[in-house]
Design a protein around this ligand. Sequence first.
Ligand SMILES: Nc1ncnc2c1ncn2[C@@H]1O[C@H](COP(=O)(O)OP(=O)(O)O)[C@@H](O)[C@H]1O
Ligand SMILES: O=P(O)(O)OC[C@H]1O[C@](O)(COP(=O)(O)O)[C@@H](O)[C@@H]1O
Ligand SMILES: [Mg+2]
Length: 483
Amino acid sequence: MGNPGDTQMKLATGEGGYVLEDVPHLTDYLPDLPSYPNPLQDNPAYSAVKQYFVNDDDTVTQKIVVHKDSPRGVHFRRAGPRQRVYFESDEVHACIVTCGGLCPGLNTVIREIVCGLCHMYGVKKILGIDGGYRGFYSKNTVTLTPKVVNDIHKRGGTVLGTSRGGHDTSKIVDSIQDRGINQVYILGGDGTQRGAAVIFEEIRRRGLKVAVAGIPKTIDNDIPVIDKSFGFDTAVEEAQRAINAAHVESLSIENGIGLVKLMGRYSGFIAMYATLASRDVDCCLIPESPFYLEGSGGLYEYIEKRLKENGHMVIVIAEGAGQDLVSESLQSMDQQDASGNKLLQDVGLWISHGIKMPINLKYIDPTYMIRAIPSIASDNVYCTLLAHSAVHGAMAGYTGFTVGPVNGRHAYIPFNRITEKQNKVVITDRMWARLLSSTNQPSFLNPKDIAEAKEEKQPATGLLDGENCKDKKSNTEEDPCMV
Ligand SMILES: Nc1ncnc2c1ncn2[C@@H]1O[C@H](COP(=O)(O)OP(=O)(O)O)[C@@H](O)[C@H]1O
Ligand SMILES: O=P(O)(O)OC[C@H]1O[C@](O)(COP(=O)(O)O)[C@@H](O)[C@@H]1O
Ligand SMILES: [Mg+2]
C-alpha cells in the first residue's frame, strides 16, 4: 500500500481569492516534450463544432453559491480537448484497469475509452488489464478494439474483471514500463484512486512519459468533490424494486415489516435517495446517523408505535448502519477484506431479532442486485462524458488526475482531493431533514450526537445541499437550496 500524501499540490492563485488546484502535466518533469496539433480539428464529427477546444485557462469553480463579498475560492482545470496534444496517435499504447467492487456503468466507461481513443484520436493499441491491479503483474492482457467492446455497455459488471488487494506499486510500474504502456486509465473507488496516486508518483519518480488518469467509480457515492458517481442513479432505481416488494409484502400481513438492506459501507446515500424516491419507507437508517434501540425515543419504540398505528411498516437500512451496536452485542472482532475495508455484520437481521412484539418480517437483501446490473440511460451518457474527458486529458499530457463533474462541468481533479476524505451524508443538512420529514421517523439523536454532527460537518457535493446552504443568512425566500 502506498502513501498518496506524497503528491505535491500544484496551486495557482489569482485575484479575489481565486485558487486553482491544478493537476500535474507531463512537462512538469519532462520539460522538452514536443506537442502536436490535435487530430480532432480534422475530424468531420467535431470540426464543425464552434469552440470545440477548451481554452487552456478555463477552470471550474467548486463553490457556486456565493455572496457579493465571498472570495472566489477553489477551482479545478476544466476537462475537454485541447488545441495541442502531447502524444502522436500511433505512439499511444493505452491500458485500462478496473478495481474494487462492481458498479453499473463500468463496461460503458471501458467502451467509451476504447472508442474515444480510437475514433477521436486514431489510437490503435489499447490493452485491458485482467482482474484489477494484480492483473498488471500476474495475468495476460486483453486486446481491446471498438469491435471487441461494441455491445459491452449492455452488460453488468466489468468485462475486464476486478479485485481487491494486490496493489504492488513497483511490480505494476515495472509492468507498465516493460509493456511500453504510456497511458493508464484506472477505474475505481477511493482505494483505487489512492493506488493510482502512488502509481503516478512512481512513474514521475522514474521520469516516464506515461499519463495516469483516474475515473472515479463507487456505488456508495463516497468520493468527494464530484457531483455524484456513475451508477448511483441506476442503483437507486433498482433499489425501488426491492422497496416496492417490501411495501407490498408488509401490507398484506398483520404487523408486517418489510426490511430492505442496501449497500453503503460508510456512506448512506443509496439508502437516503432510495427512501426519498419511494415515499413508502417509514424508517431509514444510515451509518452517518447514530441511533439506539431500547428505551424512550429508541428504534424499537418507534417500530412498535408505527405498527400499532398502521399495522405495517417499511424499513430501509444501509449495510454500514448500526455496526457499532452489532459489534458490541456480538463482541466480534473487526475483520477486513483484501483491500483493508471493514467487513460488515448483517445488521438488518440482527436488529429485527430484538423487536419485542410479534411481527411478520419480510427481509429483502438486494445487495449485489443493485450493482450487478447494466447502467440506465442517464448513467450511460454520464459514463461517456467521463471516459471522453479522461481521454482528452491524457492526450493533452495531463496526468495524476481524476475526472468528474463539479457543479455540472467536467473537471480534472488532483488525486489527493479525491482521496483525502470520504463523501458522507451530512445529517445536519437539509437533505437529511427532508428525509426525516418524508418518513416521519425521529432523528434518534441525543443532543450530544447533534453537537458532534455539527462539528464534523463536511463540504458539500452536488448531492447535498451542504456548505452552500449552511449559512443561515442565506435561508431566505430566494434561497435556491430551499426549493
Ligand atoms: N492506500 C492504498 N494504496 C495503494 N493501493 C490501494 C490503497 N487502498 C486500496 N488500494 C488498492 O485499490 C484497489 C481497490 O480498492 P478497494 O478499497 O477494494 O475498492 P475501491 O477502489 O472501490 O474503494 C485494491 O486493489 C487495493 O489494493
Ligand atoms: O462484497 P464486496 O464485493 O467486497 O463488496 C461489498 C462492498 O462494496 C461496496 O459496494 C463498496 O465497494 P467499493 O469501495 O469497491 O466501491 C460496499 O457498499 C459494499 O460493502
Ligand atoms: Mg471504497
